[in-house]
Write a new protein. Structure first.
Length: 249
């Protein structure tokens, strides 16, 4: 009996071992564990598309053509200027940007004067210069170089006196409206912030007195200005709304 029980137990153990081996074979081998790689760092993108607002400081220098047909004008040739600008840029491709900008600059202590024979005197106090310009630029990530041009406006306050007493007068053109052209460079030095330097030439054309008759004989005069400015812009982050982002840090 004892031998029979031992034989039965041995057989049961053998069957159980065979069954476990077969079950393990049916389950198949378990794949090895692979650690999930850390996410790849995506560098932020530069994008010039969007609105911006800013301010600028600089200087104004009168052109060499500010004369009354040979009668020299006394001019404050170099003056301080400061103002504001705002606009919208659109990045067309990784390299090209177009935009539209409005700008106004207050001009300090500008007196354009002429003393005529007979006691007449002319004075033009130019209080400000404004422009609405389009611009086209070439960019490489944070840097942009551009050219610009368009409409210019001169905020003039003109007077004529005779012997120190105000006198009536009329001009063929108020030389407040003109054109401008220029160029500069801009750089994004921080998120939403860019700095620029810019040269701009303003031309307000020729004008002549049509009255009084004593001044009409002196012909026309020309008014043009050269400006150099440094500015700072805050750029609203509208790149994802306005177009594709180009360039990398």
């Amino acid at each position: 009996m004892k031998k029979f029980l031992l034989a039965t137990a041995a057989a049961a153990v053998a069957v159980a071992a065979f069954g476990a081996t077969a079950q393990a074979a049916d389950l198949g081998s378990r794949g090895y564990y692979q650690k999930t790689p850390a996410p790849v760092y995506a560098a932020p993108l530069y994008n010039w598309t969007g609105f911006y607002l800013g301010g600028h400081l600089g200087g104004v220098f009168s052109g060499s053509n500010n004369t009354f047909n040979g009668l020299a004008l006394t001019d404050s040739s170099a003056r301080f200027m400061g103002g504001v600008q705002g606009g919208y840029d659109w990045q067309l491709s990784p390299m090209w940007v177009i935009g539209l900008e409005g700008q106004y600059s207050w001009v300090g202590n500008h007196q354009l004067n002429a003393i005529f024979p007979g006691g007449y005197a002319y004075n033009n106090n130019q209080r400000g210069i404004a422009s609405i310009t389009g611009r086209v630029g070439y960019t490489w990530g944070p840097g942009l170089i551009y050219v610009k041009g368009g409409y210019a406006y001169s905020d003039n306050n003109e007077t004529v006196t005779l012997g120190g007493v105000p006198a009536g007068f009329a001009l063929s053109d108020n030389h407040s409206n003109g054109w401008t052209i220029g160029g500069g460079a801009e750089y994004m030095f921080a998120p939403n912030w860019s700095a620029k330097v810019e040269y701009q030439y303003y031309d307000f054309g020729d004008s002549r007195f049509t009255a009084p008759g004593a001044l009409a004989q002196y012909g026309s005069f020309h008014n043009d200005e050269h400006t150099v400015k440094a500015g700072l812009n805050y750029r609203f982050n509208l790149g994802n709304l306005g177009g594709p982002a180009y360039g990398r840090y």
